[in-house]
Design a protein around this ligand. Structure first.
Ligand code: ADP
Length: 682
């Protein structure tokens, strides 16, 4: 995929294409079905024609067999008469011949006027003409012999039916062979053929085995038949003419096949099997196509969703190949840098959005990245880009290798966040934080002023008392004797002045120090710094202040001034809370110890926990919710900034500020600060 423009097929288009696809499929199925039916039909026809032509060949062969057998028989008949045999010897040789030739029913020797000279009946049957008598067939014999004489060669009569004594009958035909000696007709040889026996004896057994052979007349009347009984109903039939001199018959061969079979032969079976396979493949293909279609639709949906997502994303996305050329940018990125996709795609280094003054650094960074030596930081890194109009803006870049589905890296994918707005807000909040802190400081100082006046009152009153006393002493007549007393008074004055000075200095120190750097500070030092100010108020409100600092605690790394103010704020809040609640014996406990928190600080060392506990009324539920909200206060003269500032300061140090009810009453505020690394005992 390249660029932001990816064509998504419209729904209408998709429907139209689905429609045409379906009609194509229907056409294909129809064509394949037609093809298959034609194929099966053709295969069946081919098979039938094969059977038919084999039958034709067989018939022709059978015909040939019959013809040659008949010719041979004619020759045998002629041989009977050679050597002018006597009727007795003729009978003998004829009887021998009849034993060999089953198709002959009777042999007759007739003289030229067709009177029987001698005859022999076949030994295989009871005398054929016993029932009707031979003269009954005289017409056929004379017709055949007339033809024979006319043609000077063998001639046949038409076939006729001879009923037998057993009730059955025989279809027979006469063969007449004229005997010519020296051009003179001397007689005839008449042979009676049984048509059934011709079929049974003259045709090769292999032909008769599988089909039914019969003689029929031209009109189809069956004369004689031989062969299998019919089975099945599908018949193949072949007819050929057997034209003999004087008689013409039809030799017919019928071949039966079994009842219509589904697979008549191997070819058809093969074609059918292939057709079934083809249909199966078609069905599978159809199913596959349907699945593909579904996948295509899903893909289009996913693609559309992805594109919508990419377009609506505010994060800029950019992909680069391993040579550093840009292969993809999303609309958010283009909008961020102000270039069109075509101005960026395919662009190598230096990228058009690199500020020229930084291009060298970026080039180096990219070379390192492309060399694969340095994995980019997971949380990303900051950089500065240039818009098309030349303005610079800070970006947060998160880079990750682009891995294809074979697990090979094909480039780098980067996400960009324009952090200029974030920067501006950060800047604003830092400035306002600082202002707030300054304000809070001044507020504290303002509050201090009243305390200060209260606190300075005592030494000043004492000083003025001592001074008045001293003056009175000096004015009195016994002045010289009172010198030691005056000296004591003066020393008291000096002490009180010093005490007042200290009070002022402590306030001054607190206000003046404005040193932001983090430094290791011993916890005790932090308490010492605030104690004079805390004591001021404690004395005024009659609070007992207790500090408990465990021995051998390490230093904490902190901005000293800020943390002092946190402690001061918490202590002041605690004392005010007890004052407001009118507690009889107000007491404040400030404690420092090692934190039990498992959480490690950034440098891997532990934490110190500071806690400020009072015995006031505690904090009501409603107040708890808003405790840290700036300007939330329950006090008439309060500013509501103390706690919100405290939390900010502690969190800036990486620590945590929280509160919990104190037992048996009151509240404990706790906060943690990181231990200074060098201070951690080995
Ligand atoms: P301020 O002190 O100016 O009111 P803070 O932010 O320091 O502002 O405190 C906000 C409010 O939290 C106070 O007005 C008070 O109601 C409540 N508060 C703070 N500390 C305590 C405490 N130790 N006990 C009870 N209430 C407290």
């Amino acid at each position: 995929m390249s660029g932001v423009a990816t064509a998504i097929p419209a729904f209408g288009l998709r429907r139209a294409s689905a429609h045409s696809r379906w009609s194509l499929w229907a056409l294909l199925i129809a064509l394949v079905a037609a093809l298959l039916i034609t194929l099966v039909w053709l295969a069946g026809r081919y098979e039938a024609s094969q059977v038919q032509s084999k039958l034709e060949r067989d018939t022709a062969e059978a015909l040939g067999d019959i013809r040659s057998a008949l010719t041979r028989n004619v020759q045998s008949l002629q041989a009977l008469q050679s050597g002018h045999p006597s009727p007795a010897s003729w009978r003998e040789s004829s009887a021998a011949l009849l034993r060999e030739r089953r198709e002959w029913m009777r042999l007759e020797w007739r003289d030229s006027s067709l009177r029987t000279v001698a005859f022999v009946d076949t030994p295989y049957r009871f005398a054929v003409f016993a029932r009707l008598g031979r003269p009954n067939a005289q017409a056929e014999v004379s017709m055949a012999c007339t033809n024979a004489r006319r043609g000077s060669g063998p001639a046949y009569s038409g076939s006729y039916f001879v009923p037998q004594t057993d009730g059955l009958g025989l279809e027979v035909m006469e063969l007449c062979l004229p005997q010519v000696t020296a051009g003179e007709l001397t007689g005839y040889m008449v042979a009676t053929y049984s048509l059934n026996e011709i079929l049974a004896g003259m045709i090769g057994p292999q032909l008769a085995r599988s089909q039914e052979i019969s003689f029929t007349e031209a009109d189809g009347t069956r004369l004689a038949m031989n062969g299998l009984a019919r089975r099945g109903s599908r018949v193949f039939s072949s007819q050929q003419l057997l034209d003999l001199p004087g008689n013409t018959m039809v030799l017919r061969m019928d071949s039966w096949r079994g009842a219509p079979e589904l697979f008549p032969n191997v070819l058809t079976a093969l074609v059918t099997a292939m057709s079934i396979a083809l249909v199966l493949v078609l069905v599978l293909l159809g199913r596959d196509a349907r699945r593909r279609l579904q996948a295509e639709e899903d893909l289009a949906d996913a693609l559309a969703f992805r594109k919508a997502m990419e377009d609506s994303l505010v994060t800029g996305l950019r992909a680069r190949d391993l040579q550093g050329r840009i292969t993809y940018v999303n609309p958010a990125f283009c909008e961020m840098v102000g270039f069109r996709p075509d101005e960026l795609l395919g662009h190598s280094t230096p990228a058009p959005y690199w500020p020229p003054e930084l291009a060298g650094d970026y080039q180096k960074r990219q070379e390192i990245r492309l060399a694969g030596q340095h994995a980019p930081p997971r949380e990303g890194f900051e950089s500065v880009f240039m818009r098309k109009d030349g303005s610079r803006f800070p970006v947060l870049i998160i880079e990750a290798p682009l891995i294809n589905h074979d697990g090979l890296q094909t480039g780098w994918m980067s996400a960009f966040l324009d952090i200029s707005e974030q920067r501006r807000v950060e800047e604003l909040s830092r400035a306002s934080q600082e202002r707030l802190q300054a304000t809070a400081r001044l507020a504290t100082v303002g509050e201090m002023a009243s305390l200060l006046s209260h606190e300075l009152n005592q030494p000043l009153a004492a000083i003025s008392g001592y001074a008045t006393g001293s003056i009175n002493l000096l004015k009195s007549p016994a002045a010289p004797g009172a010198l030691p007393d005056i000296e004591v008074a003066m020393r008291r004055i000096a002490e009180q002045a010093e005490r007042a000075g200290k009070v002022i200095k402590s306030v001054h120190d607190f206000v003046r120090r404005r040193d932001k750097a983090r430094e290791p500070v011993a916890p005790q030092a932090l308490l010492d710094a605030i104690m004079p100010l805390v004591s001021l108020q404690a004395r005024k409100l009659g609070v007992r202040v207790d500090t408990r600092v465990k021995q051998n605690l390490p230093a904490v790394l902190c901005d000293r001034t800020m943390v002092e103010q946190v402690l001061l704020n918490l202590a002041r809040n605690a004392m005010q809370a007890m004052d407001q609640a009118g507690i009889g014996q107000p007491s404040l406990v400030i404690e420092v110890r090692r934190s039990a928190a498992v959480r490690q600080s950034a440098a891997g060392q532990g934490w110190l926990e500071f806690s400020v506990a009072d015995v006031g009324r505690g904090i009501p539920e409603a107040v708890q919710q808003q405790l840290f909200t700036p300007f939330f206060t329950t006090k008439s003269e309060g500013m509501g900034l103390g706690l919100s500032l405290c939390r900010t300061v502690v969190e800036q140090h990486g620590g945590f500020l929280g509160f919990a009810p104190n037992r048996p009453q009151g509240t404990i505020f706790r906060f943690t600060l990181p231990i200074h690394v060098a201070a951690v005992p080995a």
